[in-house]
Write a protein that binds this ligand. Structure first.
Ligand code: IVH
Length: 722
């Protein structure tokens, strides 16, 4: 399901669009071009949805004739616009039942469980005591194994041959990914020796750290090519786990084959024939049958030995060729597994000893200072690149001057860098024993590094500020923020474009972006700009005029006004003029807006230059009123959406607000009634549930594309979502 998720199609067709805008197009042609793209995407979504209703759920919603009409409209649009060709289009799969395009669902004979966690030696001892109490003995042996950070897979062998490979899914139902798993070179397709007639083994599919680096280096090279051809770059893989998951879920096994997948078998699932009586023996037995079993497993006969073994792994983890997030401790005797059983989805006979957040040491080359959009001076560390917890870190935040002094961090120091999950890396502190003589304490610059205005540090605040509202660095950051995803979402308007436009005096503030269209020739003539990208940029600027008011309020970059406050203000005032005219008292009276925010907002709207900006935006016809919430009958009426995971560019409230505005209802659980699951980063079990129920899954990119189309009004009919 995931590989089939419409996101792939959308990003591919967008990439296609970027490639092939012909050199010259009239504005009418341009707009026809963009709406064709939107319609094509919509039709593809819609046909996939109806295919699923028909072939998989056996519950069609439309007549065959209506389906034919959709299909033919798509086909003829694709013929007219070959630039939007996509391998993923339903038109490329004529006659093939969609079972082949998605993964078939496999029911696991024994559920695939997850593991409880402990975070230190004491936690492990507590787990051991609980198990010992239940079985009334504490002398059992344990096996420790690295917990590889990849994807769980269940493999069924019949008469010594691999017949099925399935993902974990929701633990009971997974996806059949057999052809993709067959491409893993180290996995035996035929077993040696005399295996049981039918049995299942389980293991982790992963990409090693070095392969991961190579995959991203290759992607970078390919992106350089793509850029030359005017195509959008493909984002790098975030970590080895994502790289592995993507490879396992490829629709085309020959694509999986190109990815350097590896596998480690760590467990026996079930067996129709005799198998050894202890986990340790199972591992030896599996190895003898030809399986690559978990490397570096060890059998421990005492609790102290087990704790020491786990702790000894901590400093070695970085040196290991694959990412691991802990050690799995399993009781060796399989008879005891049966006695102990499981609670919920976690067995009592095994536990994960999780590592503390990843840390590494490296050299701090320099403490640099960057000027933020509000004028804050933000110190940060420029580091000798180092691999920490699955990512290469080159920079880390240093918060403020006090924090740097408290930790006594100095340029040239060897420092400990910590990275927990996806958060910004932190400098924990220096390794004092390795400090070079003469290392100097850091001092915040007295003048702004960009405009040289004296820096001010307000009473009681930790941050220092450049108070020059005309500061070029602030101006640059302000426009970057204005164009950012959560703001006006002007695709393609990044740091480089903004620097150039400012340097060339083509803009002085965000409002000037909307006066760029008549200057098209001048922009095209700039080095590295060109006609196609200029046209695309201008179209994106034009489209941003229809962003919702809350996005505009956020985009203004008023201090203390994040996405949520922007939402509150918009809901309360309904239009920009009322917000701009609001007094500090009026603002402070709003639920969720305190005195600090109120003062900041009121002051912002009083400043002459900001008033001029608002005026410019209004003259450019940027949308300045909030649209009413559609109570009933919006394009998503009757459709239930569920949102899960972390989104980068929007808050949960914003997403839900946007969807509700279009008539959708928001559910908290994934059920058969769910129309679409919006899955952000770390989506958890909802994603698996949606996959098992074959519910449409959108990633953030798809959601944004969809919302943008709605804003632009390019989605002709709203009824055929997903
Ligand atoms: S044993 C019931 N052993 O961790 C125990 N799991 O949180 C089943 N994993 O889904 C798992 N390395 O994907 C086991 N050596 C190992 C493992 C391992 C990685 C993953 C596996 C599982 C998850 C449990």
């Amino acid at each position: 399901m995931q590989a089939e998720s419409p996101g792939d199609a959308v990003s591919e067709s967008l990439a296609g669009a970027a490639t092939s805008s012909p050199a010259a197009r009239s504005p009418e042609e341009e707009s026809a071009h963009y709406s064709a793209r939107a319609r094509i995407e919509e039709l593809r979504h819609s046909i996939r949805y109806h295919n699923r209703r028909y072939y998989i759920e056996h519950a069609p919603e439309i007549s065959d004739a209506d389906w034919d009409r959709l299909f033919h409209e798509l086909k003829s649009l694709e013929e007219k616009h070959p630039e939007f060709f996509s391998q993923d289009s339903p038109t490329q799969k004529v006659g093939a039942p969609p079972e082949k395009t998605t993964f078939a669902v496999v029911e696991h004979r024994e559920p695939m469980l997850s593991l409880g966690n402990v975070f230190d030696g004491q936690g492990l001892r507590d787990w051991h005591r609980r198990a010992a109490t239940l079985i009334d003995r504490d002398d059992f042996a344990m096996v420790t194994e690295p917990k590889i950070d990849g994807l769980a897979i269940a493999l069924v062998y019949e008469e010594g041959r691999l017949v099925q490979a399935a993902t974990r899914g929701d633990g009971r139902h997974g996806e059949d990914v057999t052809p993709n798993i067959r491409t893993i070179e180290t996995l035996p397709q035929h077993l040696t020796g005399s295996p049981p007639a039918r049995f299942e083994v389980r293991g982790e599919v992963y990409v090693s750290k070095s392969s991961f680096k190579r995959m991203n280096a290759e992607r970078e090279r390919a992106n350089a090519e793509r850029e030359k051809e005017g195509k959008l770059p493909k984002p790098p893989f975030a970590n080895p786990r994502n790289a592995a998951a993507g490879a396992v879920r490829q629709k085309d096994p020959s694509e999986s084959a190109k990815r350097p997948l590896e596998i480690a078998i760590y467990q026996l699932g079930w067996s129709d024939g005799a198998t050894p009586g202890s986990h340790w023996e199972v591992l030896q037995w599996l190895a003898a049958l030809g399986f690559p079993t978990t490397p570096d497993a060890s059998r421990q006969t005492t609790l102290d030995g087990t704790v020491a073994d786990c702790e000894a792994w901590v400093p070695r983890r970085e040196a290991w060729p694959f990412d691991m997030d802990g050690i799995v401790v399993k009781i060796d005797d399989l008879g005891l597994h049966r006695q102990l059983g499981t609670v919920g989805r976690e067995p009592r006979w095994a536990v994960a000893y999780k590592f503390p957040p990843a840390e590494a040491t490296t050299r701090l080359r320099k403490i640099a200072v960057n000027v933020g959009r509000t004028g804050s001076l933000n110190p940060f560390a420029i580091l000798e690149p180092v691999h920490v917890g699955g990512a290469t870190v080159k920079m880390a935040t240093l918060h403020n001057e006090e924090d740097i002094h408290r930790k006594d961090i100095r340029a040239g120091d060897t420092v400990v860098v910590r990275r927990a999950g996806e958060v910004i890396p932190q400098v924990v502190g220096p390794v004092l024993s390795r400090r070079k003589r003469g290392a100097r304490r850091f001092h915040m610059p007295k003048i702004c590094p960009s405009c040289e205005t004296p820096v001010v540090r307000p009473e009681g605040e930790a941050m220092a500020y450049c108070v020059n509202t005309g500061c070029p660095a602030q101006r640059q950051r302000g426009i970057e923020h204005f164009a950012s995803r959560g703001g006006m979402d002007i695709e393609g308007l990044g740091e480089r474009w903004i620097t150039t436009l400012l340097e060339e005096n083509l803009i002085a503030d965000a409002g000037d972006l909307y006066a760029l269209a008549p200057k098209q020739t001048a922009i095209e003539a700039l080095p590295k700009m060109g006609k196609t990208s200029t046209e695309k940029l201008l179209a994106a600027i034009e489209a941003s005029k229809r962003r919702p008011l809350a996005a505009l309020v956020f985009a203004l970059g008023i201090r203390h006004v994040g996405a949520e406050v922007a939402d509150l203000l918009t809901q309360h005032f309904g239009d920009m003029a009322s917000l701009a005219a609001a007094s500090e008292e009026e603002l402070a009276a709003i639920d969720g807006v305190g005195p600090t925010i109120a003062a900041s907002v009121a002051a912002w709207f009083q400043a002459e230059r900001n008033r001029r900006l608002i005026k410019k935006l209004a003259q450019a016809e940027v949308q300045m009123t909030a649209r009413r919430r559609a109570s009933r009958g919006g394009p998503l009426a009757g459709q239930q959406f569920v949102v899960t995971g972390r989104l980068e560019s929007m808050t949960r409230n914003q997403v839900e607000g946007n969807l509700k505005q279009l008539g959708a209802s928001i559910g908290s659980r994934v059920t058969k009634k769910t129309a679409v699951l919006i899955a952000g980063e770390a989506p958890g079990s909802k994603l698996e549930q949606a996959q098992a129920l074959d519910i449409a899954i959108w990633d953030e990119e798809q959601l944004r594309t969809f919302l943008r189309q709605q804003e632009a009004g390019t989605t002709a009919t709203g009824s055929s979502v997903p």
